[in-house]
Design a protein around this ligand. Structure first.
Ligand code: ITT
Length: 199
């Protein structure tokens, strides 16, 4: 049985394969890139959950198969939660991880460590072709470094140091990151729901 991963973000796809396999989900996972004719949905929601549901529904409707989607981002305390749902295009160029990260670091300047709190958030949504939907969320708290460090992961991983860690997310192994991450938490919570409704 097939489950569509309604994302074109390569970093997410790698992590989702590992998270879902480790959770014992025995479905044939197919990324949105396998359906190049299905246009990207406009992310018009104002929350991670709304946007995750929009993406999951678009793929489920167009393929006739169950679909899961991830909407995620980095929420910075002193920026009132920004970039939040705009994390992928903070610099103006969608998916330019390096430009997004550098702009954010410039905006924070030399603000002291005690004011550099931030968290990653992830909404994991499941949609079925008949319109059934479920969504769960995960969160990883941390502080933002002054300079990037580490080469694993993607996006803002080189600057987010999780609470209780001395390394950034990009210095953790993939398994270490998935064990504590916003995405790991959200998708592990979604697995029993996928089994029940789409397994
Ligand atoms: P899809 O919509 O195709 O899934 P996207 O990259 O546009 O891909 P989002 O709108 O959910 O997805 O944006 C997520 C952005 O948030 C992502 O590009 C990163 O910049 C950041 N982000 C999310 N999870 C992250 C993680 O685990 N580590 C680092 N950055 C992350």
């Amino acid at each position: 049985k097939r489950l569509i991963l309604a994302t074109r973000n390569a970093g997410k796809i790698t992590e989702l394969h590992a998270i879902l396999a480790d959770a014992g989900l025995d479905l044939d996972l197919v990324g949105a890139d396998a359906y190049p004719d299905i246009p990207d949905v406009k992310e018009t929601g104002v929350t991670f959950a709304e946007n995750a549901l929009l993406k999951a529904h678009a793929l489920a409707r167009a393929t006739g198969l169950p679909a899961v989607a991830d909407d995620s981002g980095l929420c910075v305390d002193v920026l009132g939660g920004a970039p939040g749902i705009f994390s992928a295009r903070w610099s103006g160029t969608h998916g330019d991880d390096e430009a997004n990260l550098n702009l954010l670091l410039a905006q924070l300047g030399d603000i002291a460590d005690e004011h550099r709190g931030a968290y990653f958030a992830c909404a994991a949504a499941l949609a079925l072709p008949d319109g059934t939907e479920r969504v769960v969320e995960g969160r990883l708290n941390g502080v933002l470094r002054h300079t990037p460090s580490g080469t694993n992961g993607f996006g803002y991983d080189p600057i987010l140091q999780p609470e209780g860690e001395t390394r950034t997310c990009a210095e953790l192994t993939p398994a270490e990151k998935n064990a504590i991450s916003h995405r790991g938490q959200a998708f592990r919570a979604l697995v029993p729901v996928v089994r029940e409704l789409a397994g």
